[in-house]
Design a protein around this ligand. Sequence first.
Ligand code: NAD
Length: 429
Amino acid sequence: MKLLIVGTGYVGTTTGLVFAEMGHQVTGLDVDTQKIQSLQAGNLHFYEPGLDELLRKHVKNETITFTDNIKKAIEMNDVIFICVGTPKEENGSADLSYVKNVAQDIGRYMNRSKVIVTKSTVPVGTAELVTEWIKTSQLQSVPFAVVSNPEFLREGSALADALKPDRIVIGSTSDTARRIMRELYDNFQCPIIETNPKASEMIKYAANSFLALKISFINELARLCDKLEININDVAQGMGLDHRIGPHFFRAGLGYGGSCFPKDVNALLHTAEATGSPLTILESVVQVNTEQPLYLLNKLKQALGGNLQEKTIAVLGLAFKANTDDTRESASIKIIEALINEQANVKVHDPVVKWSGSSAGCHQFKTVADTVSGTDAVMICTDWDEYRELDWSKLKPLVKQPYLFDGRNMVDKEHVAKMGFYYTGVANH
Ligand SMILES: NC(=O)c1ccc[n+]([C@@H]2O[C@H](COP(=O)([O-])OP(=O)(O)OC[C@H]3O[C@@H](n4cnc5c(N)ncnc54)[C@H](O)[C@@H]3O)[C@@H](O)[C@H]2O)c1
């Protein structure tokens, strides 16, 4: 099939390449011409393991091409995937302006019948809005169908997730559109849930909110375990081996971040409030998550005498999790901002991300050794493998004070203690 992907970010680029791999002819469209030029030259404009190889392969074979010619791209393709961003509005709701712009472009340039698929994460009722936006922009009446087909991939393992999803959700009221979607996903070995657009839209928000809930549950429990001197990792393992609970998204740490969970939980809360059916459990999830990055930071502050002025702190990791360059809603950034507010000097390191903040109190270093050198405390904020494998015996002579705060419960605490560090994790007793 000839497919158009509108929005070539993390989701759009991955989706396009996976469909190209499945034998479809794909066009990627974006308003950002720099991204388009980079992708057409075979260079991925973001960090995602394994994706650059697939990009080079399909650009070379011409099974995927990239363009910023909106009119031509829409005219030439019959199935159009909307993969643009849906960031958080001030009031917590999802900003649908990018989706609306795309829908209006589609309406304006629609020359023959098309299937419009929303892959962006959008609130319940958006399929109806997209239908309306397309209709009111059409210059001539052309039939079309709108499908909700939410994406569940995770940054850092986007390719594997998109090639082998746990399930595919198709929400549509059109039999023809459902048939086309089934054909498109024919080679995928997973259950397909067919439902109406509203249920499909809700599945995505409910799934992300439930995962966020698991994270906040284990983090709040960790605070209790900390007081009782219980190792939260043992508790999480003991619980997670129960198949009804499962081990995933169940590690105590600095809380969830990234471009999805925070905004999606807030958007669902906004929907609940607007509908007059509050989700109080999710309100607590947000509260725990807002407090969590500061939980370990407060311990660090106490260890250094309650005042961080003139203290130098090493922060290891900027990305919101390992294997991505995404820093949106990263706990690490929140910790750095709090440290700067406390007038600490901050030295940061990340194997992939460049620090873009402008504060004179924060500087990035190329190596971990240079980052920790002369610092009063080291805090691990991102679970990069590189930090798991550090030789702490070589780092010990470099630090001013040997305090190590492990926000990811990822280093061997007995080993670092032997190397002379005072170790504190998140209830990692
Ligand atoms: N990133 C993830 O892990 C993930 C996972 C599942 C779902 N989602 C959802 O998928 C959607 C996209 O997320 P993302 O992380 O890929 O976003 P992104 O910011 O990486 O990419 C969005 C792209 O859309 C482009 N764009 C904006 N307006 C456009 C227009 N009018 N025409 C063409 N292109 C336009 C932007 O230039 C950008 O390149 C969001 O709704 C997100 O919630 C994201």
